[in-house]
Design a protein around this ligand. Structure first.
Ligand code: ADP
Ligand code: MG
Length: 378
């Protein structure tokens, strides 16, 4: 058994008697990508502060790669192999993207020697491959000040990686980013997770779904629960503390919405019109009251999970009515922006799993097709 890269036991951090972290126990295996979520004030940032040495524990210790690091300076902790990405990018705006990376690769040298000495070929190779990893090869020679916010975030993540840390800590990397940049950053983190241990703190639930494997939920300075995204999302305690109040969404509704979302995700993209169809149709299915529909739509949006195997979702459908509803919703979702090949494949799988009579399937599809061809003529 390999030892945990990070081990924290019964750790408490008090600020004037207020326990920002309270008896917190946490461990992580090397190579893991762990996402930490939790409501505001749960202690997420303090958790990173105590790992990096910015804040000292009141009780307990932090063990990294078998060594106690709590009590050491931030600088020492960073040299031992923990890199931290703060929320706002900290790049040199007047240097080019490449120069920023070169500099990060040469932490022990100063700015001048990096810029004016000839880089060794290994260093050059490292920068070239980093540029590729962060998707900024084309922008290598432009000044960092010209980058979009999301590109700056990726550059800073690249600079962090350049220092070859064993453990990367990333605090809310997609706050304020466009959907497209959010996806880029997500893909970058997933790529890094292949060769690094990563802790990502995040608020954006949709982003968490994109990247999360193992999720830890913090609440009032302690670990409330841990598990896959689906497990924690279905945990009533999480729903209560994280989503505010107890949901009116039933497990059947959750199941249906995930099924429809999986259909929409079949081609690797979840179009806004698909999302709108799912939320509108489902909320209409379950209530006639328009105000309640709006509330339900908002709640349902929290459950738009992806990556749940289809057979697992269809296993939750028992009655023919439920199956028909699942079929109707799924077909409508993929039909909403034109059925493409990948979506069709998943649709065929769904049909196999549902095993509804062929006439039923055809009738439902024909009905929805008619609706769409009609609305196109309008
Ligand atoms: P999160 O990042 O999950 O929103 P934080 O770790 O920032 O939560 O904060 C946890 C709690 O600790 C909050 O109630 C916050 O007000 C308090 N806290 C954080 N830092 C300090 C500090 N330096 N002094 C006093 N209280 C603090
Ligand atoms: Mg915070």
């Amino acid at each position: 058994m390999t030892e945990n890269i990070l081990e924290i036991k019964d750790l408490t951090v008090s600020f004037d008697g207020f326990k920002a972290l309270n008896n917190l126990t946490f461990s992580m295996r090397p190579g893991e990508l762990r996402v930490i979520i939790g409501p505001n004030g749960a202690g997420k940032t303090t958790f990173l502060d105590v790992i990096t040495g910015k804040v000292k524990p009141t009780i307990g210790k932090v063990v990294f790669k078998g060594k106690t690091i709590s009590g050491l300076s931030e600088h020492t902790v960073s040299r031992m192999g923990i890199g931290r990405k703060f929320q706002t990018p900290r790049v040199y705006l007047n240097l080019t993207v490449r120069e920023n990376l070169d500099l990060a690769c040469n932490q022990n040298k100063n700015v001048f020697s990096t810029l004016f000495s000839k880089a060794k070929s290994t260093e050059k190779n490292q920068t070239v491959s980093l540029l590729e990893t962060i998707g900024l090869t084309e922008k290598a020679d432009i000044q960092a000040s010209w980058l979009a916010h999301g590109e700056k975030q990726r550059l800073e993540i690249g600079m962090l990686v350049a220092q070859s840390p064993d453990l990367l800590l990333v605090d809310e990397p997609v706050a304020g980013l466009t959907d497209e940049e959010t996806e880029n950053v997500g893909n970058l983190l997933l790529a890094l997770a292949e060769s690094h241990s990563l802790i990502v703190i995040e608020h954006d639930m949709e982003f968490v779904r994109q990247i999360a494997r193992q999720v830890t939920v913090l609440h009032q300075g302690s670990v409330l629960c841990e598990g896959s995204m689906n497990e924690v999302q279905n945990d009533p305690r999480v729903i209560e503390v994280y989503l505010g109040e107890a949901p009116t969404v039933t497990p059947e509704q959750m199941n249906l919405i995930r099924l429809a979302a999986s259909m929409a995700w079949a081609d690797g993209s979840f179009a806004p019109e698909q999302k709108a169809v799912i939320l509108t149709r489902l909320s209409e299915q379950f209530t006639n009251d328009s105000q309640h529909q709006e509330q339900l739509k908002e709640e349902l949006a929290n459950y738009l999970g992806s990556n749940v195997p289809l057979d697992q979702l269809t296993a939750g459908l028992t009655t023919p009515e439920e199956k028909e509803m699942a079929l109707r919703l799924s077909y409508e979702v993929i039909r909403s922006n034109g059925v493409n090949e990948l979506e069709n494949i998943v649709y065929q799988q769904l049909l196999d799993l549902l095993a509804l009579p062929a006439e039923t399937v055809q009738a439902i599809a024909a009905e929805i097709d008619a609706q769409y061809s009609q609305s196109h003529q309008d």
